[in-house]
Design a protein around this ligand. Structure first.
Ligand code: NDP
Length: 389
């Protein structure tokens, strides 16, 4: 029987690659629902190509345009957050691929988990902001969460069949666009430079987060929740060629690693087909031409976002949620050239200093922290001089 997929964020980088996999395997998958934020044109094209039952456009102002574009087709057209919640819970859906970016991905994960759906999770912000809430919820509803993030997929693959205690999870990192820049140079980098990731083509938000290494901090938090691993057992390591996607060290000192050329198709496909593996068009690794792999420490002084993330994770409660919200505001401001690259970290730091610590006892508490942290971050940025370096 085909897996029926609700693909959230189909117009983005992960969404498009997920559809490539569906296109290649028409006997295995079918698309029930596709969603986007504002890009109604691409969403309409995708919905027609994949014969979706329904589409959801999150920004209600784009509803009319989307409806008109799909006029004359049987595709149902919805808009807004509540519609998103309902489509993921539909009886027509077997698996929800969450390829949304940012905090907006949390609510649909919660809805999917509450309906007991399998979630193939790219939206790391779900676990950064709400891991403390989502993971117990998923356990209660017996809803599997399978990672799409390449590092977490690598760890998932290394842990398959293992029952022994883990000594360390070793999360690898390319080093981002500015791995070799000095602190002085980092003060003047441009948006265009920050968007040039050396190994991966991704959406803007994650590309900037990779350049600041906030993304690596997020991935440590994601690993903590996915694998129930204490923070002190999660290590990070720069592996500039992005060939080793992460590793697991066991108590006997043995280390398992997952290797391949950089590809998101492998982890996306595996999240859908696990435990089965299939060809996804990835070239065999040519070890001889690679010659060597390098390993470097993560430079925490030059990239303070990483330590900010770790310290928010150590504090726990609502701090990781505030971290995520401040990061979203700061990255948005950087992309609009309102603030310089180093001010991304400064905005997060100032926001975390203002947040009051509260226990997360439900979704509302997360929403309140998210809103407050966004406000603090925006106020900090508004108080900066017009052109800030
Ligand atoms: P993109 O920015 O390319 O795509 C994001 C998708 O989410 C788009 O479909 C976008 O719609 C939609 N979207 C954005 N904001 C909202 C909103 N407020 N409400 C509803 N929908 C929204 O992101 P990526 O595909 O790069 O990343 C998706 C997630 O996967 C992120 O959490 C990222 O960290 C994670 N990830 C990505 C990797 C990659 O290789 N890209 C690798 C590992 C993890 P629209 O097009 O209309 O704006």
């Amino acid at each position: 029987m085909k897996q029926r997929i609700a693909l959230l964020g189909s117009t983005g980088s992960i969404g498009i690659q997920t559809l490539d996999i569906v296109r290649e395997n028409p006997g295995l998958f079918e698309i029930t629902t596709l969603t986007a934020h504002r890009n109604w044109e691409r969403l309409a094209r995708q919905a027609v190509e994949f014969d979706a039952d329904s589409v959801v456009i999150a920004d209600e102002r784009q509803y009319d345009a989307l409806r008109q574009a799909l006029d004359g087709t049987p595709i149902k057209v919805y808009a807004g957050e509540e519609a998103l919640r309902q489509v993921v819970q539909s009886g027509q859906v077997d698996v929800v691929v969450n390829a949304l970016v940012g905090y907006a991905g949390l609510m649909p994960t919660v809805a999917a988990v509450e309906a007991g759906k399998k979630v193939a999770l790219a939206n790391k912000e779900t676990l950064v902001a709400g891991g403390c809430y989502v993971m117990p919820l998923a356990a209660r509803h017996k809803a599997p969460i399978v990672p799409i993030d390449s590092e977490h997929s690598a760890i998932f693959q290394c842990l398959t069949g293992e029952k022994s205690p883990v000594r360390r999870l070793i999360v690898t990192c390319s080093g981002g666009a500015f791995r070799d820049r000095s602190r002085e140079e980092l003060a003047h980098v441009t948006v265009e430079q920050a968007l040039k990731h050396p190994q991966w083509r991704m959406g803007d938000k994650i590309t900037i987060d990779s350049a600041t290494l906030l993304n690596k901090g997020f991935e440590v938090i994601e690993a903590k929740w996915l694998y129930g691993t204490e923070l002190k057992k999660i290590h990070t390591l720069v592996q500039p060629e992005s060939i080793i996607h992460s590793m697991v060290e066991f108590d006997d000192g043995g280390i398992l690693a997952q290797l391949s050329y950089p590809s998101m198709e492998l982890p996306i496909q595996l999240a859908l087909t696990y435990p089965k593996r299939m060809d996804c068009g990835l070239k065999p690794l040519d070890f001889e031409s690679l010659g060597a792999l390098r390993f470097l420490p993560l430079e925490r002084k030059r990239f303070p976002c990483y330590d900010l993330a770790l310290s928010a994770a150590e504090t726990g409660d609502n701090y990781p949620c505030a971290l995520n919200a401040a990061g979203e505001i700061a990255v948005g401001a950087f992309l609009k050239e309102r603030i310089s690259f180093p001010l991304i970290a400064e905005t997060i730091k100032r926001t975390l200093e203002k947040v009051s610590r509260t226990r997360i006892n439900g979704y509302e508490a997360l929403a309140e922290t998210d809103a407050a942290a966004r406000r603090y971050a925006a106020e900090f940025i508004a108080g900066l001089p017009a052109k800030t370096e």
